[in-house]
Design a binder for this molecule. Structure first.
Ligand SMILES: Cc1ncc(C[n+]2csc(CCOP(=O)(O)OP(=O)(O)O)c2C)c(N)n1
Ligand SMILES: [Mg+2]
Length: 396
């Protein structure tokens, strides 16, 4: 499979020509509908459009698939909002909202095969859902009762990584392992890895190192950057002179920018990227251009650093609404379906809340029990001392 864009590095060096600030900003924000660089299959108005480079990866995406993707996104948004509310009510220490990024995550998550491996950062609740992780299992990290309660090998979804960009090294190493073990090839069981990170993470050394290692080993890894345009309070214009997908050229692999609010385009592009990797043409960089509609976390107040009109603009590009409009206009889907999904999402939110309120506190020796595979005299002594102290409290 060939690369669907010209990514050959330019050899000309013109020291006279440097991009001015307006060029940099225009490039970073080049997401206007109809921009040839932006892959789109569903417009914000819900119109299905063609992209000859990726149509072949979306041929099966008829009304059934659209309904299913719509349902996924509604459920994910619903429990995300519940997570926010639970934090506000003091039930969670923090919540990391994904509002606005449902399409970027469900599109990528649904492109994965069961045997593929995914490395998330901390916002990938939608990908977790697509990997079959029960949303209630995400609560422990944010309530401070565990570091992730799913089995990463079974779910083929690594534990959340809070250290920005670090998972790119893990993913590159994992993908190199897949290659060394002969898991790359044409067969149905061939494997790929996908690594999720943000626009701000691209400024981290770990991401650069991950790109370099993956490139020189032709590792089967899709680097999936959700460019939500903010790294807490830092805009992308403070991170890069060029659109992020173009950075791939310098490492020697292709980069594609997809409309991150278009679930069909994200699915098709990620399918392509994974197939490239599985068949030995990795790595690939995908930049899913999207927008963080809520705060960075519940500890953040975005009104201090960004303008409300930006948010208003992005509301018009909502990832769920465009699918709803398409289902109604192009497929005649009736209200009954939307009511069913709404009822299912309300039931999920109620279960999410119920589970959170009833989570038992972890056993007091838990912090000692999973540090090392085997005990040690020093650790045993610390545990004994702590337990004696703990038990000295009345009513414990
Ligand atoms: C190595 C490291 N430095 C700094 C931080 C603090 N920090 C947490 S999130 C964040 C911004 C990340 O932005 P981005 O990569 O765009 O991801 P987003 O949160 O927007 O999804 C920073 C700097 C951290 N967690 N790890
Ligand atoms: Mg970001």
């Amino acid at each position: 499979m060939s690369v669907p864009q010209d990514w050959t590095p330019s050899t000309s060096i013109d020291t006279e020509v440097r991009p001015g600030r307006e060029h940099v900003l225009a490039g970073l924000k080049a997401t206007d509908e109809g921009d040839p660089e932006l892959v789109q299959l569903l417009t914000p108005e819900g119109e299905r459009v063609s992209d000859p480079r990726f149509d072949g990866y979306a041929t099966d995406l008829g009304v059934g698939a659209l309904r299913s993707l719509f349902r996924d996104m509604v459920l994910v948004r619903r429990f995300d909002r519940e997570g926010n509310a639970l934090q506000r009510q003091g039930q969670l220490g923090i919540w990391v909202p994904l509002l606005g990024q449902e399409a970027a995550q469900i599109g990528a998550g649904r492109a994965l095969q069961p045997q593929d491996m995914a490395f998330p950062s901390y916002r990938e609740h939608g990908v977790a859902f697509a990997r079959g992780i029960d949303p209630v299992d995400l609560l422990g990290i944010f309530r401070g009762t565990d570091h992730g309660s799913w089995d990463p090998n079974k779910a083929r979804f690594h534990l959340y990584t809070i250290v920005i960009g670090n998972q790119c090294l893990n993913a590159a190493g994992y993908a190199m392992g897949q290659k060394f073990e002969g898991k790359v090839g044409e067969g149905p069981d061939s494997e790929a890895t996908i690594c999720f990170f943000g626009d701000g993470a691209t400024s981290q050394g770990d991401v650069h190192e991950g790109f370099v290692w993956a490139a020189v080993y032709d590792a089967p890894v899709v680097f999936y950057c959700q460019n939500n345009q903010w790294a807490i309070s830092e805009p992308t214009s403070k991170q890069s002179r060029v659109p992020l997908y173009k950075r791939a050229t310098g490492y020697g692999f292709p980069g594609v920018r997809v409309d991150g609010n278009d679930v069909l385009a994200c699915l098709a592009v990620t399918r392509w990227a994974l197939e490239e990797c599985r068949t030995g043409n990795g790595p690939v960089l995908v930049e899913a251009f999207t927008y963080r509609m809520d705060a960075h976390t519940t500890s953040d107040d975005p009104s201090r650093y960004r303008l409300a009109d930006e948010l208003e603009l992005w509301k018009l590009k909502d990832p769920i609404e465009r699918v709803r409009v398409n289902l109604v206009r192009e497929h005649g889907v009736g209200q009954e379906f939307f009511d069913e999904v709404q009822a299912e999402s309300d039931a999920l939110a109620a279960r999410f809340r119920e589970h959170c309120l009833n989570m038992p506190p972890p056993a007091p020796d838990r912090m000692f029990s999973q540090v090392y595979a085997e005990g040690s005299p020093v650790l045993d002594a610390q545990r004994a001392e702590y337990l004696a102290y703990y038990e000295s409290f009345e009513g414990v």
